[in-house]
Design a binder for this molecule. Sequence first.
Ligand code: PXG
Length: 465
Amino acid sequence: MTSQYSSTAEIQKLDAAHYLHPFTDHSALAKKGARVIVKGQGVYIWDSEGNKIFDAMSGLWCVNVGYGRKELADAAYAQMLQLPFYNSFFQTTTEPGVRLAALLTEIAPPQFKHVFFSGSGSEGNDTIVRLVRRYWDLQGQPERNVIISRWNGYHGSTMAGASLGGMKGMHQQGGLPIPGIVHIDQPYWFEHGRTQYPNLSKEQYGIEAASWLEKKILELGPEKVAAFIGEPVQGAGGVIIPPSTYWPEIQRICDKYGILLISDEVICGFGRLGTWWGCEKFGFRPDLMTFAKGVSSGYVPLGGVMIGDRVADVLIKKGGEFTHGYTYSGHPVAAAVAIANIKIIREEKLVEKVATETGPYLAKVFEALKEHPLVGDAETCGLVGALILVKNKSPIQLFDEKLEVGMVCRGHCFSNGLIMRAVGDRMIIAPPLVTTLKQIDELAALIRKCLDLTWTELNNRGWLT
Ligand code: PXG
């Protein structure tokens, strides 16, 4: 362990005294003490007490190439010595930024020939709001400024990101959403479609869920609607995988009303679903895409927006100066690391592996987990997956939300060397794209063990009857 502190207790004490964590009740954490993560290798991380943990969340949906990749460290080191920073304002540029922009347009769908860099996904989505409104201003339609998004979508934590997102708990703090952002319901078959549309197949429900966009457009007036934004698969919302019919229908509706279509690829981009981009998996053609996380496998902060020709042509030809940018837009060290990261994804054929080997294998393993008495449904898409914990399987009966059964399960994962997240009673994973078939078996065994422990605890508490 390479730490300047002598013990876990000391780090925890300093942490509690000074460090406000994201999305955390500080007082509650200070009482418990944070787990201190000290090392990572492949799909594993270690805490300061020496526990080895299978990180089935890839850090936070980002360490796509796994931990401990020397190539990325070397790229950062070399670039830091050569030129640690220079900006790309005032008629200057740096080679890593240029090369990364070119590389991204090579791997993106053909309509994308331009990139705007940010430092994170949230900043990328702030850029999206600015870009979308600038585009319609330049088109002589400034009143077209409403962006439609979805409840339970996640688009970041800045003012614009949190506003685009549909997390009601976030809106309650800070007077959100900002004006001009409205939400429609998410395409959530298991919770909503299955119960409220019992006569529709999942595919028919996908069309129905997409029709809510058209209803909202007509309610607002199409001349007011600038864009629609969504994640191909909702990540932070609990790995909500839409029916296959959903996105093509959303595309049709956006085309019909001339509305810009935005794919937030912060989680789905860079191979997560077995395609380079989530929009490729679901068959739609966005005008703008937000990216972050997997672009650098989380080794350094980096994000941005891929700008499709429809927007770029107007912005570049008619736009003059776009009065927007960040100090770290195109940061040379971040760009150098991203280039090395994309090289690994390509050379190790990680996207193809997810599509043909590990993704299908994870799907099989999750299908088998459906036999567990607590698992009401199991879904995967590439290397994301969700297990839904239920009280009863036939007929399906959900747990009382207040029991926070997902957190009980997460507690067992935490104590048994597995990082798996709970979103309500959905237990979700997004393991690194380098996870091997053998490691998927190991993951399945860990999950099964934690489900068994959860079942025993719930049974002892009398929550299963
Ligand atoms: N869009 C999407 C789709 C995301 O998942 C962001 C934007 C914002 O990116 P930054 O880099 O600003 O965090 C995200 C981030 C969770 C969780 O609880 C997910 C994210 C962030 C924090 C927590 O699953 N995703």
